[in-house]
Design a binder for this molecule. Structure first.
Ligand SMILES: [Zn+2]
Length: 862
């Protein structure tokens, strides 16, 4: 009997064992969140976007239930429409477009001919905006541009009583392969009826082609089309709830061998304001037998689809994840060569076209960023596996929205970002196409980054605008990073932690190996390198590294000796263990919390951070600050353009403070940090280790020296005089880090670590004591306190007061007791110091802080 890698429709054999799912928009949106967070300047904004999407996803699922009830209202009258002879419905004069379904166009009517053999087959419907309208661009996430995706459900048609066809949405959340008498497949089938979205009366039979003819004109013009193909999402994102069907039309239907492209125009009216957009829906017939999937492994960063697998464990339900990857197989005639280890070309290479709207001078660099991945595929045994190409411009048969074509889409957006999306077969994770969004303003972002991070060691940055050649190289690096995503790779935030800070300054070493083994890290440029190290561009720029090549090898190696993903499991496990033992450069550190592989993003592992470098944040950041001090006095001079103002200098200055802020964040993460290293039982050592206490204390000492001691060097007085600039951006960094250290979550973590790692933990009491000694260092000496320090100290006291609420910190564990004792000690020191203080403003400040604390500690006494 046919035993596919996992269940699928198998009409031909008369056995229907179906994959059951619901429309899992949530899973899909998670991918969007990850990618939205690609290279953004302010990571927190991404979390907001993430939350928005999560919320929208859960609501979308909720709404889909309503949609099922709605379906009843959509149904046409129960009586079947009269079936006419084929020629009466589709006369010889009709335009006939050949694809897996034939499309017949009769005047303004559109018919689909669905062959019997393709009933119940899974079809992926990807809807994108073909022509945007500025009016509907959703703030914050910049949805609404040409190329933006609105939905990707899987649908299928099946014949139902009354000579009608049902269009169902198909879901792949639950799987059960076991179709034997006692297997769960039958039961699952009986409990997962796929939702009907629309019912069509059959208009005619094409006996010659053995197909059924339906009229899809009204469907495509109705609201049903968008609700079927672009599942509704929450609130501001749900633009189609305002759709007015009588202000839309079908623009065009094109047919290609593997796909049907439907262009429709829709108008939304909201409070008398209307906006019209053009949508492109691609219908792709998914392969009858899905590609053999590969199981996700927590030790390598691939995007994945998750399923509830009822076969994994007879005692319960297991979660199964299949990675997202392209189908990469040798040609039949090359199989033996491949097995012998010779490089062969794949049956179908990955081709990514460059949008014709891209400025010509950047095209070669975007292409180079794509082609750079060829070396990685060679590790998996394939040569010429991936190409960048200019999109044809005068070819009427070529369309950017033809679902067979992958693209880098150039978007006229002010968003400083780029993003790599893929469309994959939800049954197997097979990537079918990709659209990389390249937002115009990403150029400004990378230019500023490079100037701030490499300005001390690369003289080419000492001018208002970087030369095209240098910009091109920066574009190439961003292009490679985004293409990495579209090959299935997740961020590897841990990669840069495998390189020692010494090696980052070692010219020979770093030029040979690069400053991080992964371009999928957020490790932009080598900010550790000092001018005297004389390190050239090869040691400053990121590139596809050892980890990336290994990840592609692992994900794309063709392993015909195994018939299914579970059969590969032992082999893959051994392979990973051997590879990880062979060098630390293969380490993968997740952007997500590895225990849940879920949002919120913040991993508590100090190794897995964005924008950091090296194995020691204190050392790396010290070198980074040295460089910032070198360039800060020159920003006005470098940015000066004849006739120009100080805007660019101010933008560079903000970037510089931002960089300083990131250094502080990297160091801060060491306090209470826990290393999380996913392992299988064959691997030695613990999965969870506490960051060394001495290192945590060094992190605290660093923050006292570089952050809480007012960083006057960072307050640019020259810029202060020529721009509306204030220094809140500097003091905000102090406040942000302080808020993180004095948060209930940090307190709770330190208390739990004291219990989990007895004798080894940096305790909450120790941290509070160290903070107090540094932040209030003036007190024992009865020194007067400067304005910035008074500001910082008041912020500290307010944070302590916030923690004194049992609601904030919990009244059951030791947190409240510890913070109370600390507050009392502080209050007594304020009182004592104020009695000895000669400076009026300092004394007022101390008395004020004393009273604030005292009022909170003893509210009734007052
Ligand atoms: Zn990214």
């Amino acid at each position: 009997m046919l035993r596919l890698p996992f269940s699928a429709h198998s009409i031909a054999e008369g056995t229907t064992f179906t994959i059951y799912c619901k429309r899992d928009f949530l899973t899909h949106t998670f991918k969007i969140i990850i990618i939205m967070n690609l290279i953004t300047k302010i990571p927190f904004s991404c979390y907001v976007i993430g939350l928005l999407f999560v919320l929208s996803g859960s609501l979308a699922n909720g709404q889909s239930k309503e949609a099922v009830t709605d379906t009843a209202k959509k149904l046409p009258p129960a009586l079947p429409a009269a079936i006419k002879p084929y020629e009466d419905v589709v006369p010889a004069s009709a335009r006939k477009l050949k694809s897996f379904f034939q499309v017949d166009i009769v005047k303004d009517k559109y018919f689909l001919e669905i062959p019997d053999s393709l009933l119940k087959r899974d079809i992926l419907a990807v809807t994108r905006i073909e022509k945007g309208n500025g009016e509907i661009v959703v703030p914050l996430i910049n949805l609404g541009y040409d190329g933006d995706e609105m939905g990707r459900p899987v649908i299928s048609f099946d014949r139902i009583p009354g000579d009608r066809l049902a269009l169902r949405s198909v879901n792949f959340h639950n799987v059960a392969n076991d179709t034997t008498a006692n297997g769960l497949s039958h039961s699952l089938e009986n409990n997962n009826l796929q939702s009907i979205e629309v019912i069509f009366p059959i208009k005619a039979f094409n006996k010659k082609a053995k197909s059924l003819v339906i009229d899809i004109t009204d469907f495509l013009n109705s609201k049903n089309m968008t609700s079927t193909f672009a599942p509704p999402v929450w609130g501001p994102l749900d633009i189609f709830k305002f759709q007015v069907p009588d202000r839309g039309y079908i623009e065009e239907i094109q047919a290609f061998p593997d796909n049907i492209e439907i262009k429709t125009v829709k108008t939304m009216v909201n409070e008398s304001k209307s906006s019209t957009i053009e949508l492109n829906t691609s219908l792709l017939l998914l392969p009858m037998a899905p590609m053999k999937p590969r199981l996700k492994d927590a030790r390598i960063g691939f995007f994945s689809n998750s399923y509830v697998d009822f076969d994994v464990d007879s005692h319960g339900v297991g979660a199964t994840r299949y990675i997202q990857r392209w189908r990469m197989e040798p040609k039949d005639e090359d199989i033996e060569k491949y097995k012998r280890g010779e490089l062969v070309e794949p049956k179908k290479p990955i081709i990514i076209y460059i949008d014709p709207a891209t400025p010509k001078k950047w095209v070669p660099y975007l292409i180079a960023g794509i082609n750079d991945w060829q070396a990685a595929f060679e590790k998996a045994g394939f040569k010429n596996a991936i190409f960048g190409k200019e999109a044809p411009v005068n070819d009427s048969t070529w369309s950017a929205n033809d679902a067979r074509h992958s693209m880098v889409v150039y978007k006229p957006s002010a968003i400083e970002n780029a993003a790599g999306f893929n469309v994959n077969d939800p049954r197997s994770g097979e990537i079918l196409e990709t659209h990389i969004s390249w937002y115009h303003s990403v150029m400004a972002l990378i230019q500023n980054w490079y100037t701030i991070q490499a300005g001390a060691i690369d003289q080419r940055t000492h001018k208002p605008e970087l030369d095209d050649e240098l910009m091109g190289q920066l574009i190439r690096f961003v292009s490679s990073h985004e293409v990495g995503h579209t090959l299935g790779l997740e961020h590897n935030f841990g990669a840069s932690s495998t390189v020692s800070v010494e090696n980052l300054r070692n010219k020979a070493w770093v030029e040979e190996h690069g400053h991080t083994p992964s371009i999928m890290d957020y490790a932009r440029f080598n900010y550790v390198a000092q001018p005297e190290d004389n390190i050239g561009p090869k040691g400053i720029f990121p590139r596809i590294g050892d980890y990336d090549k290994w990840a592609i090898e692992w994900g794309y190696k063709w392993l015909p000796q195994f018939k299914s993903a579970p059969e590969e499991k032992d082999y893959m496990n051994k392979w990973i263990i051997e590879k990880l033992a062979s060098g630390k450069q293969y380490f993968y550190g997740s952007q997500l919390d590895p225990t849940t592989d879920n949002f919120p993003l913040n991993s508590i592992d100090p190794r897995d951070q964005s924008e950091d470098l090296g194995d020691d944040a204190m050392l790396a950041s010290s070198y980074g600050i040295k460089n910032l001090k070198r360039i800060e006095p020159h920003l006005i001079e470098w940015a000066a353009k004849p006739g120009g103002n100080y805007d660019r200098a101010a933008a560079l200055y903000k970037e510089l403070v931002g960089e300083y802020s990131r250094f502080m964040g990297h160091v801060c993460r060491n306090i209470g940090g826990i290393y999380e290293t996913p392992k299988t039982v064959e691997q030695q050592g613990p999965e969870y280790e506490l960051a060394d206490k001495a290192k945590q204390k060094r992190a605290m000492a660093f923050l006292q020296k570089q952050l809480f001691t007012t960083p006057y060097w960072l307050m640019d007085r020259k810029l202060y005089l020529v721009s509306p600039l204030g220094f809140n951006i500097v003091t905000d960094v102090q406040k942000k880090i302080l808020a993180s250290l004095l948060s209930s979550s940090t307190m709770a973590r330190l208390i739990s670590e004291e219990d989990g790692f007895p004798g080894k933990a940096y305790t909450a009491s120790e941290m509070l004591n160290d903070l107090k000694q540094g932040i209030f260092s003036e007190l024992p000496l009865y020194k007067s306190i400067s304005m910035y320090r008074r500001d910082l100290q008041k912020t500290y006291v307010e944070a302590v007061i916030a923690l004194l609420s049992p609601k904030a910190i919990g009244s059951v564990n030791d947190g409240l007791s510890i913070i109370k004792a600390h507050a009392k000690l502080l209050a007594s020191e304020f009182k004592n110091a104020s009695a000895h203080c000669s400076d009026t403003i300092t004394r007022d400040h101390l008395v004020d802080m004393y009273e604030r604390l005292n009022n909170t500690l003893k509210p009734k006494v007052q």
